[in-house]
Design a protein around this ligand. Structure first.
Ligand code: PGA
Length: 262
């Protein structure tokens, strides 16, 4: 059997925790996680933009802490007249390693198309960071049997023109929209089936080597109660965690999923 990729477990805080709260959360998280955890799993936290500098300095001060800093979004241009936007170059300067791109909330509320997502994926790479590109279907699409078509399209458009070695190093997050923040989780088998399909489409777009290396996260109501089973699936290489990442105790349990009961 092929060796599984090192999992990446990411906490997407969305619009929660001001910078004072953020400092406390990462201090606690750094205290709860240790060397064995970082050996087994890569970990990232994605605070709101206004917290990033505080989280950067807090992480820097923690001993033996390997939590990576992430952002939730960025603009595709380096600079210019884009009121209210954040340049990927500014994030690189703050030691941001991962940027979530095309989260379903960005697609739905801020009208981000597959083409915009693709442009942002490339911008994140241009600035030396790793994109976490989100894809996933709505409940209506799942019920209509169009999950595969929707996700296939998002993956192909999102990866268009991205070099195979870049695809190999990036992260794709499969997040069924109906499972986000609802407490409903896809069954491990359903999540695995879509993640396997994403890997197959990636192979068509970027080649077998890139598809074997790309990390595919599952996201949507991941919590300590379901993390171990999801993480046990062959094509699931991590989790993008929203609600349960706001509490450092809960998030640490997910990172330490290996120790959870079956
Ligand atoms: P959730 O969010 O874990 O609260 O469902 C996941 C996400 O949107 O990334």
């Amino acid at each position: 059997m092929a060796t599984k990729r090192k999992p990446l477990i990411s906490g997407n805080w969305k619009m929660h925790h001001n910078h004072f709260e953020a400092i406390q959360v990462v201090q606690k998280l750094a205290y709860l996680l240790g060397g064995e955890d970082y050996d087994a799993v890569d970990v990232s936290v994605h605070p709101p933009f206004t917290d990033i500098r505080s989280v950067q300095t807090t992480l820097f001060d923690q001993k033996k802490c390997e939590i990576a800093l992430g952002a939730q979004n960025c603009h595709w241009e380096e600079k210019g007249a884009f009121t209210g936007e954040v340049s990927p170059a500014f994030l690189t300067k703050l030691d941001v390693a991962y940027v979530i791109v095309g989260h379903s909330e960005r697609r739905e509320y801020f009208f981000e198309s597959n083409e915009i997502v693709n442009t942002k994926v490339k911008a994140v790479f241009t600035h030396g960071m790793t994109p976490i590109m989100c894809v996933g279907e709505t409940l209506e699409e799942r019920e209509a049997g169009t999950t595969e078509a929707k996700v296939d399209n998002q993956v192909r458009d999102g990866l268009a023109g991205v070099k195979p070695d870049q695809v190999a190093s990036m992260v794709i997050a499969y997040e069924p929209i109906w499972a986000i923040g609802t407490g409903k989780t896809a069954t491990s088998e359903d999540a695995q089936a879509v993640c396997a399909m994403i890997r197959a489409v990636t192979a068509e777009v970027a080649g077998a080597d890139a598809a074997a290396a790309v990390r595919i996260q599952y996201g949507g109501s991941v919590k300590p109660a379901n993390a171990k089973e999801l993480m046990g699936m062959a094509d699931i290489d991590g989790a993008l965690v929203g609600g349960a990442s706001l509490d450092p105790d809960e998030f640490a349990k997910i990172v330490q999923y290996r120790n959870l009961p079956d």
